[in-house]
Design a protein around this ligand. Structure first.
Ligand SMILES: [Zn+2]
Ligand SMILES: [Zn+2]
Length: 240
């Protein structure tokens, strides 16, 4: 018997959200899955928010994405940022549950599948080095690594850097969020050649206004990327 099988006997796989036993590692039980706002059906092609409509293959855009400049081609989100999804995102961010990065990679892959090309390069939205120093890890880099492994695509954790310190986006309105993030992200000086002509898939934990992803996508396009797409674990809906 292999070590994995032996461990599974001693520690049967447990639901990520409760004590229930589950049949696969790193999954959710039926009840927790149902109580987690995973996104399915028709979504905005640019940000992944769910939209009304029956034709799930239609290319549609939400009001926000029609009125705000989005310097990326397509975007998806695995879950809505509320309830159980919000709880898991915060647990990952604050380091209580780093083990969530692995199953979250599978949820990201499920959402991002239509965006992944043969030459896709996966990269996380960066943290400023000081924030990284204090927190010790970048949750978006953990997600990007997990997605890259499952999608079998190149993953570059330091493709982008944040040379300028930006104060928290919390408490700012949309206009201020975009202003705060302007020119805050750059392609790493040694990574320029990797970006040229590539399809870049940017990964972040949460999308609220999209200002951070816009700054990251702008940086990739300025460095010669062929196309940029984005995928986030959770999308904040306007009325939340
Ligand atoms: Zn459960
Ligand atoms: Zn949208």
């Amino acid at each position: 018997m292999g070590l994995q099988a032996m461990l599974r006997l001693i520690y049967p796989p447990q639901c990520l959200g409760c004590d229930a036993r589950v049949t696969s590692d790193f999954g959710l039980c039926g009840t927790c899955w149902r109580d987690t706002p995973f996104i399915a059906g028709l979504v905005c092609d640019t940000c992944g928010i769910p939209l009304q409509g029956d034709d799930i293959d239609a290319v549609v855009h939400c009001d926000d994405c029609l009125s705000i400049a989005r310097p990326w081609a397509q975007g998806r989100a695995a879950m809505l940022y509320k309830g159980n999804a919000r709880k898991m995102v915060l647990q990952l961010k604050h380091g209580d549950r780093l083990d969530l990065a692995k199953p979250a990679g599978a949820w990201l892959l499920r959402a991002a599948k239509p965006l992944i090309r043969s030459n896709t390069l996966i990269a996380p939205v960066p943290l400023h080095w000081f924030r990284l120093f204090r927190r010790r890890y970048n949750q978006s880099a953990l997600l990007a690594a997990s997605l890259g492994k499952l999608a079998q695509r190149d993953h570059c954790p330091d493709l982008l850097i944040r040379p300028r310190w930006t104060a928290s986006q919390g408490g700012r309105d949309r206009h201020a969020r975009f202003e705060n993030m302007q020119d805050a992200i750059r392609v790493h000086p040694r990574r320029g050649a990797q970006v040229k002509g590539r399809n870049i898939l940017l990964v972040d934990d949460v999308m609220t206004s999209g200002a951070t992803l816009a700054a990251a996508a702008d940086a990739c396009m300025a460095a010669g990327a062929a196309e940029v797409s984005v995928v986030v674990l959770a999308r904040v809906a306007k009325d939340d």
